[in-house]
Design a protein around this ligand. Sequence first.
Ligand SMILES: CC(C)(COP(=O)(O)OP(=O)(O)OC[C@H]1O[C@@H](n2cnc3c(N)ncnc32)[C@H](O)[C@@H]1OP(=O)(O)O)[C@@H](O)C(=O)NCCC(=O)NCCS
Length: 167
Amino acid sequence: MQRDITVRAAVVDDVPFLWDMAWEAAAVAPHVRNMGKETALALPEIRKYLDGWGQTGDSAVVATELGGRRLGAAWYRLFPAYAPGYGWVSEDIPELSIGVIPDARGQGVGGRLLEEIKSLAQAQGYEALSLSVDRANPALRLYERHGFRDAGVSQPSDSSLTMLVRL
Ligand SMILES: CC(C)(COP(=O)(O)OP(=O)(O)OC[C@H]1O[C@@H](n2cnc3c(N)ncnc32)[C@H](O)[C@@H]1OP(=O)(O)O)[C@@H](O)C(=O)NCCC(=O)NCCS
């Protein structure tokens, strides 16, 4: 079932929801899920994706259903080479994060978010977006359907794959 959704640019009021979605994305890893939300969101390697949101280069979109309830979000941020994210490729290529609330998954929300965030990045002049995904996460197939490919920086033995989409 495809939901009747709207995808819009994020506003300041959405920032707590972005943190909720950062938890949903991070909690895919069992060791993170077992920590609990508060502890996980205090980890520097997770905080770095949203801390001080609103810096130059930060962009986000939010999917809502009729009535305005938020269903999911996608956002990106640039990272310097000295403090890269998990899916870092270069200082000029923003790294994407995405999450959808559990009861709205598998209904096309993530796909819509990916298309909108790619359009936004292209409009802002970026040549590509990157991301990191666990090789066992079914989301890998979703990313492939939306043009993401192996960025060529992960080792075959790595549990995660860094992917890149050219815009
Ligand atoms: C990954 C995610 C953002 C996709 O959004 P979605 O709205 O469920 O995706 P869509 O309905 O547009 O597309 C369906 C695809 O999403 C993926 N998907 C569906 N349910 C999923 C779930 N519970 N967990 C992870 N991926 C899922 C699959 O690739 C699916 O395609 P498939 O049926 O061919 O396997 C969302 O499922 C989610 O937040 N999952 C948990 C967090 C996560 O894995 N974040 C990404 C970390 S890199």
